[in-house]
Design a protein around this ligand. Structure first.
Ligand SMILES: Cc1cc2nc3c(=O)[nH]c(=O)nc-3n(C[C@H](O)[C@H](O)[C@H](O)COP(=O)(O)OP(=O)(O)OC[C@H]3O[C@@H](n4cnc5c(N)ncnc54)[C@H](O)[C@@H]3O)c2cc1C
Length: 272
């Protein structure tokens, strides 16, 4: 029996294990430091309190519950002993015949590590909930503050990086302020929120085709919220939202919940 060891149950690790399921003569051990697989593309929705963490995380164990040749273990890989064909983890050593390292990547601050204190990365659930806490706290601080200039500062969000995640995040802050929170406050109008999207390159969404990119920009310009070097939005809406909605609907259906259950859940999340 060949021992295949997979480190990381992200998209890559899960798909590799699925390909190997029920393959004769192969025993798979799938290691991850977390007990859940995370759908990272929707992390920004958790960060903006539109989805709860449970909507985008699924227990790894449940994905392979009926697959006999895949064993799931929660452990953090620390070192690979290539000569000894062993992975050393925080809870023991695991031998392998074939090793698949699928432990993903880390966020980068382009040489400005000091920024992390002010702007946590967005790769894990704790980071998403921390961003959510800070954003909601900014609205609370603005509601408490009587000073207009201070209020304006609390309600100004700067997103650095005009790739898909930055654009999604900027859009989600706009949407949250324009729709979700619009009526929840008395002293401030969340619709006055400013979102500034900063991109060092000549254009945002550089990997998108020109047609889709300029359609997005034209829409923002019509709203008077787009300039060459920055895109501000007070309620950005774009196509990926429908993808998020579909996923949310899918998650709800699987868990036997309705949309109003989620609205209540979202309200209670915002209350935290
Ligand atoms: C906010 C955001 C939005 C995104 N949006 C999109 C999108 O719209 N479309 C798209 O195609 N892609 C998107 N991506 C990128 C996509 O999520 C990644 O390309 C994909 O998750 C990479 O998969 P992976 O399996 O290589 O790594 P990951 O999904 O990061 O999985 C790595 C796994 O390894 C585990 N791990 C790490 N280190 C260890 C260790 N030492 N020991 C044990 N386990 C370990 C982690 O817990 C994790 O489960 C987005 C990413 C982010 C962060």
């Amino acid at each position: 029996m060949k021992q295949v060891l997979i480190v990381g149950a992200g998209f890559a690790g899960i798909n590799a294990a699925k390909r190997l399921r029920n393959v004769p003569g192969v025993a798979v051990t799938l290691l991850d430091r977390e007990n859940h697989h995370l759908f990272q593309p929707l992390l920004y929705q958790v960060a903006m309190a539109a989805l709860s963490p449970a909507d985008i995380a699924v227990p790894i164990r449940s994905l392979f519950a009926h697959v006999r040749n895949v064993r799931v273990l929660k452990a953090e890989a620390q070192r690979v002993d290539v000569d000894g064909r062993t992975v050393v983890t925080d809870c023991g050593e695991f031998k392998y015949d074939y090793l698949l390292l699928a432990s993903g990547s880390q966020h980068a601050y382009f040489g400005h590590e000091e920024w992390e204190r002010n702007a946590p990365g967005l790769k894990t659930l704790p980071q998403a909930t921390e961003i959510r806490r800070r954003v909601l706290e900014a609205f609370e601080a603005a509601e408490r503050d009587q000073n207009l200039e201070a209020r304006r500062r609390h309600l100004t969000f700067v997103v650095v990086g005009g790739g898909p995640t930055g654009v999604e995040l900027a859009g989600a802050i706009g949407e949250m302020s324009r729709y979700t929170l619009a009526r929840d406050f008395r002293s401030i109008d969340p619709r006055q929120t400013r979102v500034i999207l900063i991109e060092a390159g000549p254009r945002i969404l550089p990997t998108f085709d020109e047609k889709r990119r300029s359609r997005w920009c034209r829409r923002r310009q019509r709203e008077g919220r787009c300039s060459d070097s920055s895109v501000g939005s007070g309620g950005t809406r774009f196509r990926r939202r429908s993808h998020a909605r579909r996923s949310a609907r899918f998650g709800r259906a699987r868990q036997g919940r309705t949309r109003s259950d989620d609205t209540r859940a979202s309200r209670s999340l915002r209350a935290r």
